[in-house]
Ligand binder design. Structure first.
Ligand code: DX5
Ligand code: ZN
Length: 221
């Protein structure tokens, strides 16, 4: 099943619970939580306390995208706050395998993320142990950017490796996905789709989420 993971970064923070409820009611499976530290990316968003405060109001899977340096220092906080999937960037983990083990030992699913210029090779050694590979199709830091088609080519590459090696990870896309390019995105074989401005930037986020989910049905594997 394809999963939709709307990014909370584009939500109206003055009415977070309404925003979350609207997409959950539409059948959305994941909530994408973009954590930014102002060092790894030129922007600051929110951290574990916000995640902890919204945890009781939602049953969606909390998909935490850690755009932070030294993620190993903070992953326990995010696990305790209620993160279900913790995604770390390959570019900032000197021992990626160890960081993944740490995430698993905290009872969470582990994901590895690659920026648009980072090749699949950077994560090849950990594909056997990760639950998700997040392919970024914009440079991390901001929502509302345009999808970089070149970066999207890594998705079929990963899907092929998974099949050939008989592995199990999900592939997720993050950045610039919208109603216009969603079909092209789904044709890559991707499993999970992050959408920030296309869902929470829409007039009615619940309706936008439902529209995405309806299109997913056409591509069920
Ligand atoms: C970018 C974030 C994305 C972003 C997606 O650094 O990781 O998750 O919020 O927003 P859109 O879908 O608007 O590109
Ligand atoms: Zn993200």
């Amino acid at each position: 099943m394809r999963t939709l993971s709307p990014s909370l970064l584009s939500a109206d923070f003055s009415k977070l619970s309404d925003e979350i409820e609207s997409i959950e009611k539409a059948g959305t499976q994941y909530l994408h939580l973009d954590v930014m530290d102002g060092h790894f990316v030129p922007n600051i968003s929110f951290g574990a306390p916000i995640i902890k405060s919204i945890r009781p109001i939602s049953n969606m899977i909390f998909d935490v995208h850690l755009m932070i340096e030294n993620p190993e220092k903070y992953i326990e906080d995010f696990a305790k706050a209620g993160g279900d999937i913790l995604n770390v960037h390959a570019e900032v983990c000197p021992d990626l395998s160890k960081t993944i083990d740490m995430i698993h030992s905290l009872g969470c699913k582990a994901g590895v993320t690659i920026k648009p210029d980072t090749p699949v090779d950077a994560v090849i050694d950990v594909l056997e142990k990760v639950d998700m590979v997040l392919v970024m199709t914009v440079y991390p830091g901001f929502s509302g950017q345009k999808l970089i088609p070149e970066a999207m080519k890594k998705i079929p590459e990963l899907v092929k490796i998974r099949k050939n090696k008989n592995l199990n990870f999900d592939v997720q896309i993050d950045g610039g996905v919208n109603m216009k390019n969603i079909r092209e995105v789904l044709e890559t074989g991707v499993d999970s789709i992050v959408a920030g401005s296309a869902v929470f930037g829409a007039e009615n986020p619940g309706k936008a989420a439902a529209e995405f989910l309806n299109i997913f049905k056409e591509y069920e594997k």
